[in-house]
Design a protein around this ligand. Structure first.
Ligand code: AHR
Length: 530
């Protein structure tokens, strides 16, 4: 190893060969590449559920809304998340949603019983309002069609309404509704959680595959350019077989779909911090299993020159506090409040997506506002929940080629625990205290590090295997006074703090101390070796 200048700046030790014996190590090799980080890893989700739409992004009676009813404070916060694409209108809601109820003059739209979450659906917000909102938010709209109580014809007509320029009835109807140009919705999912007994119009895997294939046929005949997402296993319940569901639909739909959607919600049911913060590793295991299934089917598929099937983590988040029968329905359903440990789990999920960037090409936090969400609003204001901050840091910085990072640090074993109330039990061994992902883009390197340790800072040597660290590393940290710290309207205990940057001059390594229970994002340069 070359002997290099040694600089000590604000607790950061930059050295050539003076590693402390017990330091953890993160080795970065820009030649060890996993895949391109797709911008759609930073997607989100808006469902007609509780106060996500009405009282969240849309409130016709609020002085904080514009003339279209869009809450401006919420919109600004949503823009800060750089949301690449946004899934709409559900969720469980979509399985009894008939899109025609939500277009045309607002006062003529029918109110309906909303059966998934027990509300009255006014339909005053529908397709065109969502598109308007998405354009303001600068996000790509992604629609889910109703394959529960809906028909394949209804799905086709929605594509026609949205994507066909002119001529047929539904394209002309859109024009009549004030939208002369097509909306060009690229992403469409074929139903939601169709494996779940709770889903209205639930089907078995064979019947779902048949219905999805025929819906896809009609939708693609209407617009051949659309991308289609199949509903994969939504839960890993002991009373269902998620692998069987995924294997069947992949075999049946291998020529047809572009993504398989997976969902995952986790919770700290037993108030065991270390179990809980390891839960993103389970998502990673599931990713690997489904990747293997996809590879097996791609060998037999007839897809022309289309890409192979990718994984969409179509819904992910922490959801357990507001998951009792009384908090699962009505106007204030799923209004989970988040703390610092939840933010660390979200950073862990995002790390897992980046580490699997070759196969995971979409991920949507569920959901955007109020309902298990990073943004929380009441009539007179909003605040950013703890989970807002890691998502924002990733969405604003983590792009390029994902790197296969080597991490050497202390580890721990979990007890047996449950991710969700109805999930299979899991146990994790050798969980590294440092959870890391990295991406490289034209000389620029971004490293994301969760220190899962509740009490200890971890001094770490960051080592470049190919090229030298050079210039200034910006450092952003999400942390708080303790793991249960929460934000509220009048208090921000957890947020992103920009720390003093680390200056490195042509160094093979530098040492950084990651504080206890923190998420840190480092952004700097790697120059070519000479
Ligand atoms: O995001 C909340 C709900 O979780 C969605 O409606 C459903 O798809 C999932 O079960």
């Amino acid at each position: 190893m070359k002997k290099l200048n040694v600089l000590l700046i604000a607790g950061v030790f930059i050295s050539g060969n003076l590693f402390a014996q017990n330091n953890a190590r993160i080795k970065i090799d820009i030649d060890r590449q996993i895949g391109e980080v797709n911008e759609n890893l930073y997607g989100n989700f808006v469902e007609h559920l509780g106060r996500c739409v009405y009282g969240g992004i849309y409130d016709e009676d609020s002085p904080l809304s514009d003339e279209n009813g869009f809450r401006q404070d919420v919109l600004e916060a949503a823009k800060g998340l750089n949301v690449s694409l946004t899934r709409y209108p559900g969720g469980n809601f979509v399985s009894n949603y008939h899109w025609k109820d939500g277009v045309g003059p607002k006062d003529e739209r029918p109110a309906r019983m909303e059966l998934a979450w027990a509300r009255l659906e006014s339909n005053r917000f529908g397709t065109n309002e969502f598109i308007e909102y998405a354009r303001l938010m600068n996000t790509e709209p992604y629609f889910a069609v109703n394959l529960g109580t809906g028909t394949i014809k209804e799905a086709q007509e929605w594509v026609e309404y949205c994507n066909v320029k002119e001529g047929p009835y539904y394209a002309e109807l859109r024009k009549k509704h004030g939208y002369p140009e097509p909306h060009n919705i690229k992403y469409w999912s074929l139903g939601n959680e169709m494996d779940g007994f709770w889903q209205m119009g639930h089907l078995n895997a064979e019947d779902y595959s048949k219905k999805a294939r025929e819906a896809a046929k009609l939708m693609r005949l209407t617009d051949p350019t659309i991308k289609l997402v199949a509903a994969g296993a939504s839960n890993f319940r002991p009373d269902s077989d998620p692998h069987e569901w995924n294997a069947t639909i992949l075999a049946e739909l291998k020529d047809v779909v572009d993504y398989i959607a997976l969902h995952m919600y986790v919770g700290n049911h037993e108030d065991n911090y270390y179990n809980f913060v390891s839960s993103p590793l389970v998502l990673e295991e599931r990713t690997q299993v489904v990747k293997g299934m996809i590879q097996r089917e791609m060998g037999k598929a007839n897809r022309g020159n289309r890409d192979p099937i990718y994984i969409a983590w179509d819904e992910y988040n922490i959801w357990y506090r507001w998951r009792q029968s009384e908090t699962m329905s009505g106007e204030r359903a799923l209004e989970e409040r988040y703390n610092l440990e939840d933010a660390l789990v979200i950073a862990g999920f995002l790390n897992a997506f980046v580490r699997n960037a070759d196969i995971v090409k979409m991920a949507n936090m569920a959901q955007l506002v109020n309902v298990i969400a990073p943004i929380f609003a009441e009539k007179d204001g909003m605040f950013k929940q703890t989970i807002y901050y890691p998502l924002q840091l990733f969405a604003q910085n983590m792009y390029g080629t994902s790197l296969d990072v080597f991490v050497d640090c202390d580890t721990y074993n979990t007890d047996e625990f449950y991710l969700g109330l109805a999930e299979q039990a899991t146990q994790q061994t050798d969980v590294p205290y440092l959870d890391v992902s990295a991406a490289y883009n034209n000389g620029e390197l971004v490293i994301a590090v969760v220190n899962r340790h509740k009490d200890k800072a971890i001094a770490t040597d960051l080592i470049s295997q190919e090229g030298l660290f050079d210039g200034e590393f910006e450092i952003y940290e999400v942390n708080g006074p303790d793991i249960k710290a929460e934000n509220d309207f009048d208090k921000t205990s957890v947020e992103t703090i920009q720390k003093e940057s680390v200056k490195v001059s042509q160094a093979e390594s530098f040492t950084y101390e990651f504080p206890a229970h923190s998420f840190t994002l480092l952004k700097g340069k790697v120059s070519a070796t000479f």
